[in-house]
Ligand binder design. Structure first.
Ligand code: ATR
Length: 276
């Protein structure tokens, strides 16, 4: 019998997850169907329960439901616990199990696709919302030497840092970057500023002396943050398309027990976006 999966969000129309999982299924020979589900803002929990009751085996969860997916679950993986949010649900006899593959997706994209050694690296994480909180634990687990969380609302960065109680983690506002500019950092944009095509108040010197600029968002054209990094003279950069494919692969592994080869899927998506 064909096993059913879906991605649930609001909006959901532009999700690339169905195309990614269809490629993973073809590549591994797994017989699955993977759809996109639009959940009403006041009906996420019901949508999940109905999908499970109809025989669905698992869900990916996207904006704005990741915290609610976490709350809804009967059990949670340590990385979902660390994020306080879930992007992957598994339905089995024990109920709903929540996991979070976003952080491992970022770590694999940086470490494997972009060949950045993370052990001992200095990371500047811009943003302290849902996207940022999902990646702190996995970056620490990957052995980064220092992780500074920088946010417009500094108190939110402090609150996120405090959740990890790890001496490598610090928190700051953007103004602190000008006072003590970090050098050779991997600068990761986890803010939603790019959705409004807005630049971030990161001093140009920080980007010029950075090792790498990474935007969790992706698109056909360079994002506002990557244009800002390029204008500042940052030596290397990437958008978040690879993270998207890697987090999907890890979800597929959780559900199906096999980790797909992500590179051909990444290349196909990049080509479909316009081949930059
Ligand atoms: P997400 O789930 O995408 O992380 P979120 O939880 O609403 O969404 O968080 C959005 C993040 O982007 C926050 O860190 C926010 O900063 P504040 O906490 O100060 O609001 C950040 N952000 C959004 N627009 C921004 C802008 N124009 N400049 C700087 N930071 C911005």
């Amino acid at each position: 019998m064909t096993d059913r999966y879906a991605v649930v969000g609001n909006p959901i129309g532009h999700s690339r997850s169905p195309a990614i999982h269809a490629r993973f299924a073809a590549q591994t020979g797994h017989d699955i169907r993977y759809e996109a589900l639009l959940a009403p803002l006041d009906g996420f929990e019901q949508t999940v329960r109905e999908f499970a009751a109809a025989g669905g085996r698992g869900l990916n969860v996207t904006v704005p439901f990741k915290e609610r997916a976490y709350a809804l679950a009967d059990s949670r993986s340590p990385r979902a616990e660390a994020a306080g949010a879930a992007n992957t649900l598994v339905f089995d006899a024990a109920g709903i199990h929540a996991d979070n593959t976003d952080g491992v997706g970022l770590v694999r994209d940086l470490g494997q696709r972009h060949r950045l050694p993370l052990a001992g690296a200095s990371v500047l994480l811009l943003g302290a919302g849902g996207a940022a909180s999902g990646v702190v634990g996995p970056l620490l687990a990957a052995g980064v030497g220092a992780l500074c969380i920088v946010n417009r609302t500094a108190i939110r960065a402090q609150a996120l840092a405090a959740r990890f109680a790890d001496p490598r983690v610090s928190a700051a506002g953007y103004d602190a970057l000008a006072e003590v500019p970090p050098s050779r950092a991997i600068v990761v944009n986890a803010t939603s500023a790019g959705l409004a095509d807005a630049a971030l108040p990161v001093p140009a010197g920080v980007l010029r002396s950075a090792r790498f600029a990474y935007d969790m968002v992706y698109g056909a054209q360079p994002t506002a943050f990557l244009r800002q990094a390029a204008a500042a003279g940052c030596p290397a950069m990437a958008d978040g398309l690879g993270m998207l494919v890697e987090q999907a692969a890890e979800s597929f592994r959780i559900w199906r027990g096999v980790l797909p080869d992500t590179e051909p899927v990444y290349q196909a998506l990049r080509e479909a976006l316009g081949g930059r």
